[in-house]
Ligand binder design. Sequence first.
Ligand SMILES: C[S@@+](CC[C@H](N)C(=O)[O-])C[C@H]1O[C@@H](n2cnc3c(N)ncnc32)[C@H](O)[C@@H]1O
Length: 267
Amino acid sequence: MIHLFKRILFKPVYNRWDSLVNRLRKNEKIIHELQNRLRTQEQITEYLIESPIFNQAQNVGFNGQIQRKQIFKGLMNTFPIQSIVETGTWVGNTAGYMVIETGIPVNTVEVNPHIYRLARKRLENYANIFIYQGNSPEFLHRLAETEIADLFTFFYLDAHWGTTLPLKDEITLICNAWKRYIIMIDDFQVPGDDGYRYDSYYNYGPLSLSTFGDLFSKYNLIPFYPAAPSAEETGSKAGCVVLFMEKDVKTAESCNSLVKYHRTEAH
Ligand SMILES: C[S@@+](CC[C@H](N)C(=O)[O-])C[C@H]1O[C@@H](n2cnc3c(N)ncnc32)[C@H](O)[C@@H]1O
């Protein structure tokens, strides 16, 4: 009886409190988004002043990571790659690096229209780089309908920033449409080496085998990781996973910069 009386008496207070908390949460989200946009604008300004044209340098491309560049070079020397596709162009540093290193055409997509325009400007001297503006799954869907889907393609999946994560859609689209491919995912947890940085998403979980293992198995993707310990990596020290089709695993095992994942390892 007393309990019921209290509930009736305090109901308006509870309701006000709930709506206040909801408003605060909404405002917090808006502030977080504005902070991200401001940070991006500041970085764009910095690039416009300091590096308006892409220039090759050791610390430019693949997060400035020398070991990652070794992995990339190893793959390019070992496999007859015919096409490169990147999701998440940012200002074009890795696209520029990959095209200079290989001469292979690079198709890349950027969702943010301001960043896209900056990347186009910075890379305007490279005829072999094709930059698109849009959401990566839609871009891959369109690309899948072209002759590029018939080419042995190296994918660099790096369109993960902000609150959404298109990775599952990207992998599904690639595996359903391309005849032959190798997929490298940036910011991925390296089992047994926490010195490698990896991303974690509130709605999706960490970029790790525990989150994506089932999807990899569904498409018979065999994961390999950097052979070099994080202590020997430079730049952002972001981890990665490189996924191979079953028919390419034997050849992949000959790449010194990569090790095949074994289930017994800690992760
Ligand atoms: C980590 S940065 C990419 C860095 C770039 N790959 C490099 O190595 O220089 C991520 C980029 O992906 C973009 N992005 C985020 N979500 C995307 C999506 N769904 N489609 C396309 N681009 C996206 C972001 O705007 C950001 O510029």
